[in-house]
Write a protein that binds this ligand. Structure first.
Ligand code: FAD
Length: 367
């Protein structure tokens, strides 16, 4: 019996925004998720009063006033500004690369001094047509920044030598000749007070939701419940891996609760060196300026993906893109299924982009 207009598979941001907007237009939605909670990858787990970003650190940022106002309907945001630091060979450096970083590297105090060094190194080590990530980075930023802050970190992230990675992974390397440690250039930035769950709960208010339901295990039952399906899971899984697996890079998170009120003095500290197995440590309380007497930290390890692991970052090489295009062609022939979100589109999206994409798709569907 079709009790619902839409069955929404996946309670991540895409599914929740779609469900919220469709409900506002008088449609009846059922949202299911195979996890035991809603929110997808933005979900926060409350550990002893601290909101732990369970699937990796999430900082909201956007230049789009409409999207900023949209999320602010559901939660007030604090004025957190992402200013990560990186530890390399025992020394600490500010990110993104800016006048503070250059002072720490070379003792330069003026933009002109720093520019002279960077441009000189690019001239000496850069290539006209970089053929791999190392050559690309050397051509964009020079030797010292690359070797101190990029090379080993990137190799840990991708599990490959920089010379074996394609140049396109690094399209640009933002360099600022000002003393500004704000990682993002966007006009709006912050963390929702009370965590991302507040936004998700607001989006899903009044909507039927079932967790611990894997669509593929109860496909017959759930498909008959709704006129249309909004599918936000993996597109290759939807088509039973007909053209093979789409590959991802995975992450492993190791959490510890510590009896100290301040472990590292910053929410995000990167570890550049190859002999440190994790890429960064997140201290979650700093996202919300927490005053607790204890803290929770997460060591983030970059890992090879296997089908049993969480799929985090799509690996956008030619082979995967070819497979994805084949799945996309199948998807384009479906009349009652809408595909959306990072897994169904095999694409990395930031949160503001996924919200914009869901709003666009729901508008196209219901206007
Ligand atoms: P998801 O959140 O993955 O939701 C998909 C949901 O579908 C999941 O809950 C899953 O369980 C469910 N599902 C899948 N298959 C099935 C099935 N068969 N049956 C039922 N349910 C199913 N963005 C930012 O803007 N700022 C950041 O700082 C930031 N940091 C990030 C850090 C990391 C490590 C990662 C990986 C991403 C980060 N992002 C960040 C991006 C952000 O996480 C995404 O934009 C957003 O979560 C995508 O939402 P989604 O709904 O497309 O996918």
């Amino acid at each position: 019996m079709q009790m619902y207009d839409y069955l929404i598979v996946g309670a991540g941001l895409f599914g929740c925004v779609f469900a919220h907007e469709a409900t506002k237009k008088g449609k009846k939605c059922l949202v299911i998720d195979k996890r035991d909670h809603v929110g997808g990858n933005v979900y926060c787990e409350n550990v002893d009063g601290i909101n732990v970003h369970k699937y990796g650190a999430h900082i909201f940022h956007t230049n789009d006033k409409y999207i900023w106002d949209y999320v602010n309907q559901f939660a007030e945001f604090n004025n957190y500004v992402n200013s990560p630091v990186s530890i390399s060979k025992g020394k600490l450096y500010n990110l993104p690369f800016n006048m503070n970083t250059f002072y720490q590297l070379w003792g330069t105090k003026t933009p002109e001094e720093a520019k002279t060094i960077i441009e000189g190194q690019i001239k000496e080590h850069g290539r006209k047509n970089p053929e791999n990530l190392e050559e690309q980075a050397l051509s964009l930023i020079g030797k010292d920044v690359y070797e101190t802050l990029i090379k080993e970190y990137t190799e840990k992230q991708w599990g490959k030598k920089a010379t074996e990675l394609p140049a396109f992974i690094i399209k640009r390397l933002p360099v600022r000749y000002t003393f500004n440690n704000n990682y993002f250039n966007d006009a709006y930035q912050g963390i929702p007070k009370g965590g991302y769950n507040k936004i998700i709960d607001g989006l899903l208010e009044g909507i039927d939701v079932k967790t611990n339901v894997d669509f593929f295990e109860e496909k017959e039952t759930y498909t008959t419940l709704a006129k249309k399906i909004v599918y936000t899971g993996k597109i290759d899984e939807f088509y039973n891996y007909e053209y093979g697996n789409l590959e991802y890079r995975s992450l492993r998170f190791e959490n510890s609760r510590l009896d100290t009120d301040n472990f590292q003095g910053n929410a995000v500290v990167n570890y550049n060196d190859a002999d440190v197995p994790y890429t960064r440590i997140i201290e979650h309380k700093h996202f919300e300026f927490g005053k607790q007497e204890h803290t929770v930290i997460t060591k983030e390890y970059s890992e090879q993906w296997t089908p049993e692991k969480e799929a985090y970052y799509p690996i956008n090489n030619d082979e995967n893109q070819k497979k994805y295009q084949a799945y996309k062609t199948l998807a384009s022939k479906e009349s009652n299924i809408i595909f959306g979100g990072r897994l169904a589109e095999y694409k990395y999206y930031d949160m503001h982009q996924i919200i914009a994409s869901a709003l666009q798709k729901v508008k196209k569907e219901l206007n």
